[in-house]
Design a protein around this ligand. Sequence first.
Ligand code: NAI
Length: 334
Amino acid sequence: MHIRVYGAQADELAAYQKAESKYGFTFEFAKAPLSEETVDEVHDCDGIILVTTCHVTGKVAQTLAQRGVKYLATRSAGSDHVDYDAVIKYGLHCANVPFYAPEAIAEHTILMALLVLRHGKKSFEMVRSGDFTMTGLKGRQLGQLTAGVLGTGRIGRTTMTLLNGFGTRVLGWDPYPNAAAEKLGTYVSKEELLKESDIIFLHCPLTSDSYHLICEETLAQMKPGAVLVNTARGGLVDHAAVLKALESGKLSGFAFDVYENESEFVRRKLPVDQISDPVFKELLRRENTAYSAHVAFYTDGAINNMIEVTLDNLKEYEMTGQCRNEIKVEGGTV
Ligand code: NAI
């Protein structure tokens, strides 16, 4: 199988080289993410490896199918960047990596939470400018708070486990509660979770149901001074509403690894003043926010797993025409 690879980093090329003999694949590497603007660059390949900055729209899926592509394999757990209906319509197949290292994402989630609770951004800035006082740095202890976890799947449960280690009181909400999460916290209604939590963690997939789950209405239900942490998907959050809530003090902090329109800047070098989104720029500027550029998953262990499962997915398609990790629902574990 000849495979076009999107989003490969320089330090991953050796893994693909090894895979040539192990899997019998040949590879070509694309620079820009797959989108309606770049799909014309695709010629003569059977499979495509995607990353989350790619956008497989209806037009992209149609062009890929016309050019003989059969199999798509996204290196991610989330697949909201792939139009699931279009994949079916044009006879393509798409698999994901349902889990590669929930611990990597959960650990990063806690890091982001602590950065906001302990005023990390302000503290580092003060030291850099020669201010070694404690002014404005009094923080809050995670272990003394009530945390609400929206989405109690693999990553949500791992975050709950870590929170238990801190001694945090943990609440959960999920449209499909599970027994494993019941042992790690208390399921309550979504309304109760919003009302009771000092800090809210988003760990659910982005689907048509969860789009802008955090909006003016749900923010209004939250505790005054609550903290929001989103390491799942940007589209879960109405960022303009979050900015307003930060300005009014309704939210005391916002930590995020993902942003709704992140494809404009993520994985690129771009001076902040050239970014077109004023809400994002203001969120970056504020002292009580912490942003990382969609790197929660990015650890050595996770990347190795991710590449291996993606290649296994494509091999399974090649051998059987099917794959156990084929995406079966919109957004997924998407
Ligand atoms: P999972 O499928 O194991 O768990 C997701 C849970 O969310 C399920 O229990 C599901 O019932 C629940 N859910 C579905 N709709 C919901 C809603 N509207 N409100 C609340 N809960 C809902 O998925 P996993 O592995 O825990 O991943 C969760 C999400 O994390 C992924 O969909 C992906 O978008 C994101 N992610 C982010 C990464 C990053 O680097 N920042 C890396 C990997 C995943």
